[in-house]
Design a protein around this ligand. Sequence first.
Ligand SMILES: Cc1cc2nc3c(=O)[nH]c(=O)nc-3n(C[C@H](O)[C@H](O)[C@H](O)COP(=O)(O)OP(=O)(O)OC[C@H]3O[C@@H](n4cnc5c(N)ncnc54)[C@H](O)[C@@H]3O)c2cc1C
Length: 436
Amino acid sequence: MKTDVLISGGGIGGLTLALKLARCGIDVTVIERLPGPSPVYKGELLQPKSLDIFDSLGVIEPVLSHGHRIAELELVELKGKRAEHSSMSYSILPGKYPYSLMIHHEKLKDILRAKGEEYSSFHYMGNTACKKISGKTVTVEDRSEKEPFDIECEFIIGAEGRSSVTRDYMGIEVSERKYNHHFLTVTFPRPLDMTKGRIVSTYQSFLGLFPLPNEEVRSVYLIPAGEYKSLRKKPISEFHKLYIDLCPDLEGYVDQITEWKQIQLMVPMKYHADTYVKDHLALIGDAAHTVHPMAGEGMNMAIQDGSVLGELLCDMYASGRLDPANLEWYPKVRKRRVSHQLHLSHLSALAYSYPYRPVGWLRNKSLQRMEKDRVSQFKQMLNISGLGMWRETLYDRMVQGGLFPLRKSFLSNEEKLGASFTEEQDYPWKEKEELI
Ligand SMILES: Cc1cc2nc3c(=O)[nH]c(=O)nc-3n(C[C@H](O)[C@H](O)[C@H](O)COP(=O)(O)OP(=O)(O)OC[C@H]3O[C@@H](n4cnc5c(N)ncnc54)[C@H](O)[C@@H]3O)c2cc1C
């Protein structure tokens, strides 16, 4: 069997890339080892840049209609019976989609796959695992027949998530950074009026609530690393109590979780491969980098990788310039952006990691000042949205810490748009006509 581009892994990253290539008429084959939907929770929050990308791929309508829009995040810090509120708003951002969107992970995969199947050059092989790579030959195994067979291709993309056969073949090692905490994560019915994202914390606890469509809410609750086993030995009512103590509105809702086995343990980690490309092979998404989930970036980074690499491959095929050296444009665009998002998510993780009152106090103060200081809020939302990258300066940190006064200035729409990535920054090889 032959194909132009073989993608190992049919997660969100692999499917985004495959759809992009199929739309350009490139023959693309996705190999996915799972036979059907995965029961495992994964990323469900789409940032504005991902919505722009899905718009360009012709799937924005089904994505929006199966998602729940979140324009604002409410941040509640509890101090005994007192609650201090702040908020961060996507509406400060320019562009067509000034909000994020919660969508069931498997639903999003269905939408991308269904769109792909409209193109004759799109091939999807479920229940089939990539076993071995040798030059431009990939040995795959249909898991029901246990019969390995070879696929010949021009380019191989590793999109297998955290444990990547392609990354191993490329000889790329990643060093994992672990955290002092884990998360419990589960979806359950929500009160109808819970429509905004909400983070409730005390100096020693954290609960994130992200509304999904169909009156459900995805939750993440922070626990110290290693505590999961002892928690599971307790009655499930102990789990309900952890949630209701932080958010009494959940009484009558979280109690609909009846068994610990419905709740998944999520172990956050962070790594970043030194390089994403070697000869005719490239890595995207979690195969190349994994991010702490605090800022909801993992799935979005995979989508953004797929979009940039997809555009590059489309241009290479359109111009007939298939030298693998051209692939280097992809990490040139993506690596710096990924590093910045890894760093921001890491800082957010640290802000909630240490159960000491001064840390909680400083976090709450910074968040309240960030809400009032429009420049700080804009930078924060721009960075997590994926629409642009505007590094925070020492001055910004001083303002947020209360050492310098809040800025009265507002950013004009032109200034905001000027901070967003341009087409030339997203796809620099186009302007320079440097494909070889
Ligand atoms: C358990 C878990 C929970 C998560 N929860 C959150 C969250 O709450 N919020 C958040 O922002 N992010 C979360 N993430 C991260 C986010 O889901 C990922 O960043 C995102 O899914 C990455 O997309 P991807 O396409 O790169 O990889 P994946 O989504 O991991 O997809 C990889 C695909 O490749 C397939 N595959 C693997 N090996 C092979 C092989 N040899 N041959 C063929 N197919 C193969 C897998 O079956 C899988 O379908 C979570 C990740 C994990 C692992």
